[in-house]
Design a protein around this ligand. Structure first.
Ligand code: SF4
Length: 348
């Protein structure tokens, strides 16, 4: 790399970060430039993303802990999901946990000093009884651990159900858009992108902080990754999990044909560690003040570059994902300490 290239690259990305910090809304073409940045510019790009991240979040890292309160048995066909009706992935299926079991898992989250405990159930959407059941657990957890935030992720939600969760003390509701609207029909046919947006809106209207994110690597183009990041800006999601597809054997997206088709398509970026970093940087530039979480797939796809993700992202999931193992919490703690960052203590 010539000295000139280094100077031009750092000036270019820092100028853009400064403009974002002064209120500039990133254009689609600027977001695309980030995804297309030459690999030799990654350090400059991440340093610029870090300038934005640091402005809003300092060196703090928020930690979320997932409670998989109901596993499998889903009638929907999300092609990436091991719990879907079209998945042959071996899975320990179980119905909704008892309130005591959910509370016990939340106690574990508290013992790990997770700032947010996410209660997740499989399925298209909860019954009213399921909402009441989870709401009861939320009340108890909030009474015992008022400092810990509770995020519910129960599928498509109607306004009444959202209201009941809000009244129980749920702080946040997660429902991912998963991908760009223009690609959505390729990954799910049993419910619509519009229904997903309506669920996020219902949570927001009930006064619950909306969380919505994506899974990158499902065969979408670079333009569609940008489309999803911009859609989340429009949706005003407070928290944005950025997942990278885990190709779980037995799911449609992990079939040999699907994987070969993705690999052969020149319009689809391979999910390399460097591309993952560019994606996270782009999400930070597009959604500068939002919580951006390096989520499922970070270990597998970022590999040895995983710590660098925290220069753009400011949050992680601790321990395991819903059906797949994650890095041990001690390793996350070590990674955060090695970076000189701080594990964010739950806030009262
Ligand atoms: S993502 Fe949710 S709705 Fe879709 S198949 Fe999996 S459990 Fe069902």
């Amino acid at each position: 790399m010539s000295p000139n290239l280094a100077t031009t690259s750092s000036t270019r990305w820092f100028d853009l970060a400064d403009r974002v910090l002064h209120g500039h809304e990133l254009t689609d073409s600027q977001a695309l430039e980030i995804l297309a940045a030459p690999d030799e510019e990654i350090l400059d790009l991440l340093a610029a993303a870090y300038r934005i991240r640091h402005h809003y979040f300092g060196n703090r890292v928020k930690l979320n802990y997932l409670v998989n309160a109901k596993n499998g048995l889903c009638p929907e066909d999300c092609h990436y999901c091991s719990q879907s009706k079209d998945s042959d992935a071996p899975l320990e299926k179980y119905r909704l946990m008892t309130q005591e079991q959910i509370i016990e898992k939340a106690e574990h989250a508290a013992s790990l000093h997770a700032g947010t405990c996410c209660i997740v159930i499989s399925g298209r959407g909860p019954t009213d009884d399921e909402v009441e059941h989870v709401a009861g657990a939320v009340r108890t957890i909030k009474a015992r651990h008022p400092e810990m935030k509770i995020c519910a992720c129960l599928g498509l939600l109607n306004p009444d159900q959202a209201q009941r969760l809000a009244e129980a003390g749920a702080d946040r509701y997660n429902h991912n858009i998963n991908t760009a609207e223009s690609y959505y029909d390729e990954i799910c046919s049993t419910h619509t992108y519009r229904e997903r947006l309506e669920t996020v809106a219902a949570a927001k209207k009930a006064g619950i902080s909306p969380c919505s994110g994506v899974i990158v690597g499902m065969g979408e183009t670079r333009h569609q990754v940008v489309e999803s990041a911009v859609a989340l800006r429009t949706l005003d999601a407070d928290s944005i999990p950025v997942n990278f597809l885990l190709e779980i054997e037995g799911t449609p997206l992990a079939s040999d044909e699907e994987m070969a088709a993705r690999a052969a398509n020149p319009d689809i970026d391979p999910i390399t560690p460097r591309y993952c970093l560019k994606v996270l940087a782009m999400f930070r530039f597009v959604n500068p003040s939002k919580e951006i979480r390096a989520s499922a797939g970070r270990e597998e796809h970022l590999r040895s570059l995983q710590p660098m993700s925290l220069y753009a992202a400011n949050a992680l999931f601790l321990a395991d994902y819903l059906t797949e193992p994650g890095q041990a919490p001690d390793m996350d703690r070590q990674m955060i300490e090695d970076l000189g960052f701080e594990w964010e203590a739950p806030q009262p």
